[in-house]
Write a protein of this length. Sequence first.
Length: 64
Amino acid sequence: MSLLENFDWPGNVRELENVIERAVILAKGKILTEDDLPTNIQGQGHKTHLTFQLGPLLPKSNKK
């Protein structure tokens, strides 16, 4: 979360929205990690785990 909070966001909230959407789509698991973010946002050193749980964000199936 600190990576997102400390990034300059030159494109403002639209850039933040696009980064989150892309990360959710390309995420390898149900929790976003630093590896799911673009390299220009990724920090250096230890890997960070974001607190976003992806399950509720994914579309629900229309199975009946």
